[in-house]
Design a protein around this ligand. Sequence first.
Ligand SMILES: [Zn+2]
Length: 497
Amino acid sequence: MSDRLLSFDEVLEQFDPAFGLEVHVELNTATKMFCGCPTEFGAEPNTQTCPTCLGLPGSMPVVNGAAVESAIRIGLALNCEIAEWCRFARKNYFYPDMPKNFQTSQYDEPIAFEGFMDVEVDGETYRVGIERAHMEEDTGKSLHVGGSTGRIHGADYSLVDYNRAGIPLIEIVTKPVLGTGAKAPDVARAYVAQLRELLLGLGVSDVRMEQGSLRCDVNLSLAPRGSGSLGTRTETKNVNSLRSVERAARYEMQRHAAVLTEGRSILQETRHWHEDTGITTSGREKSDAEDYRYFPEPDLVPVAPSREWVAQLRATLPEPPHEKRARLQQAWGFSDLEMRDTVGAGALVLVEETIAAGATPQAARKWWLGELARRANETETDLAALGVTPVQVARVQALVDEGTLNDKLARQVLDGVVAGEGDPDDVVAGRGLAVVSDDGAIGVAVDHAIAANPDVAEKIRDGKVAAAGALIGAVMKEMRGQADANRVRELILEKLS
Ligand SMILES: [Zn+2]
C-alpha cells in the first residue's frame, strides 16, 4: 500500500523542512582497517579475509595508519577540529554479515568534529554544518538467492561474502540543515555532489555510488512553519545516487506532511528507498544509541595524532572546491549558468577529465550535459555510472573534429560504447560507422535523390536554394547517415546550378 502524499507546494505552505545526511565513504587504502587483507573490489567471495576480519577468537586488530591519515585529511577539508586523543568503540549488534557481532566504530570520541561545508545551489550558498566524521569498518555483504527481488523475503537461501568486512569507512554526519525551504531536496543533493567532488580531490576514495563506495542515508523532518523547532525525523537508508537523494528527500517531505496534516504523528524509524518506484517503505523502528551497548574497544590503542602531523596533513590539502570552481570557470570560459549547470549535474570532474583528455571545454560540456545527461535521465542513473569514460568522450569529439563522425554517428558510437562494444574506435570499426567522404559514393546518392524528386530539383534550379534540405535528407537516408552533410549540399548545388 502506498502512502498518501501532499503536493510539494502544500508542504511548504505549512511546514519548514530540516534534513541531515549521513554519508559512508569507503577509503581506498590498499589494506583493511584493522588487518592486512587487500581491499580490491570485485574479487571472488571470501578470498580477502583473515582471522581478524572474520572475528575469530584470539585474533588482534591493528589500526591502519593510512586510514587514520585519510580520516584526518577529510576532517580538515571539512573545516573540522581534529581530536588530540580518541578511541574506537564496540557497537554491539547481531547481523549475519558482521562476523564479530560488533562493529568497531567510534562513538563519543570521533576523530573529527564541528566543521562545515558551503554548498552552492542556483547561485546561493548554504552552509551545511558537519557534526562529526568518524572512523569505522564496513560489514560483509549478504546475497539473497532465489525469489525475484534479491531481498531476504522470498529468498531460498542467503550467502555471505566477508571480503568487504573490515574495509575502512569514514562516516560523515551533518547537523540538521534548516532554512532551505523549497530548496531542501536540491541542497541535500548538492551537498552529496560537492562532498563527492571534495573526496575525489583528496584522492581518499573512488566514491562510486553505484558500487557502494559512497552510501548515503537521508534524514528528514518537518516542523510547523515558522516555529523554528525540529520535528520527528525518519532516516531513509542507502540512497545510492545523487538523483535519489533529491527524490527521497522530496518524497519524505510530502509523506510527512500528509501524515501530520491528518493529525497523526511521524514514527521515528528507518525507511527503505525504492529506486524503481520512487517511494520509501517502513524499515525498522530506530534503535537508540544505548541499545548498542557501546563500550571502548580494549584491543586497540587510542589514536592521538600529534599537532605537527595534523599541520603537515593540512599543508597537503588540495585547493578548496569553491576556489577550484572559480579557477576552472575562468580557465574554461564558462558563463555562470554553464558552470552552475555543470556543478549541479555532478559533472564537474567528468568535464575536467574530458578536457584533460583533449576536448575543448565547450565540447566536453556539450556531451556531458546534453546527450549523456539525457541518457542518464532516461535510465535513471548518474552520469558517472553510465559506462562512458571521459577519455572515450574526448575521443568521440576528436573523431567528430577530424571529420570521421558527424553528430548523428557520434551518438551511435556512444550507443556502442554503452553497450560494451569497446572504445570509440572499436565501435566505429565494428559497426562501420565512419562518415563517407568519397565524392563518388555521395554523387551516386545525389543523382538518385534528384531523379526521385524532380519537382524539388526544379525549384533549386530556379534559385530556391532552401529547397535543398529535402534532397539532403534523401541522400542522408540512402547513405544511412554516413555522409558529410555539408559535402552533400555542395554536390547537390553543383549538379543543379
Ligand atoms: Zn583480514
